[in-house]
Design a protein around this ligand. Structure first.
Ligand code: DC
Length: 223
């Protein structure tokens, strides 16, 4: 039997870090669906595919090759065999990704791919619509949130660590834009599932959030 833990929430809510740490502690496979949206976005930028060119998008989805692999405990993202883990976090991709994520054909493709990757495994999957669309029957659903300012601060820290050149103001503007885009999209809306547990991480440390998530998983699984 496989276990599915769904972690949803807005950009910068801590999903990525928390999911990775919980995965390590509980020996779950960590699947970052945002990375797949970013991969498709990078491909479209490189191939100069317009957001409105649905025919070309359909063609692209027939052949695009995206792989998520764990190498030395790190999640590495491969696009057409190339390691793009760092490239998909850069500004051009970050600015375009939530518009790409509004395209129905792309959402369907990534939903199916995410389900396929998780098949038969014990997974913790993070995204926006995992508990609502990808795995509506997930064993555990958590909606992780924090204020936009706190989320921008966290992203700034991560960007500095990764050597990405971006200011706090740029990050906050992008977070506000993506919040709006992600939550008003007619498909894959960023929305808490009715049966998800809401966790506000604004005033919690990463370790505190990780402990809380583990507590919730253990409690749900022991029922
Ligand atoms: O988690 P992230 O910031 O890397 O996600 C990048 C974008 O992908 C985000 O703006 C919305 C989109 N996304 C989505 O629509 N559905 C998901 N399950 C995951 C991400």
């Amino acid at each position: 039997m496989s276990l599915v833990v769904a972690i949803d929430g807005p950009a910068g809510s801590g999903k990525g870090t928390v999911t990775k740490m919980v995965a390590e502690k509980l020996e779950l496979i960590n699947i970052d669906t945002g990375a797949i949206y970013r991969c498709v976005t990078l491909y479209m930028i490189r191939k100069k595919i317009e957001l409105t060119d649905i025919e070309k998008i359909k063609e692209m989805l027939k052949s695009i090759n995206i792989e998520l692999r764990i190498v030395n405990k790190d999640n590495i993202v491969f696009l057409e065999g190339e390691d793009v883990t760092k490239k998909i976090r850069e500004k051009d991709v970050t600015e375009l990704v939530s518009s790409v994520a509004r395209i129905v054909e792309i959402r369907e493709y990534i939903t199916n791919l995410s389900r396929k990757i998780a098949e038969g495994k014990n997974v913790i999957m993070e995204g926006r619509d995992i508990g609502t669309i990808v795995f509506p029957n997930a064993d555990v659903k958590i909606y992780l949130d924090a204020t936009p300012e706190e989320r921008a601060n966290r992203r700034l820290k991560q960007s500095i660590e990764k050597g990405i050149d971006i200011t706090y103001e740029e990050i906050l503007a992008n977070i506000m834009f993506r919040d709006k885009n992600d939550s008003t999209s007619s498909v894959g809306t960023l929305k808490q599932a009715d049966d998800a547990i809401y966790l506000d991480s604004t005033n919690l440390t990463i370790e505190e959030v990780v402990d809380k998530v583990i507590e919730i998983i253990k409690e749900k699984c022991n029922k």
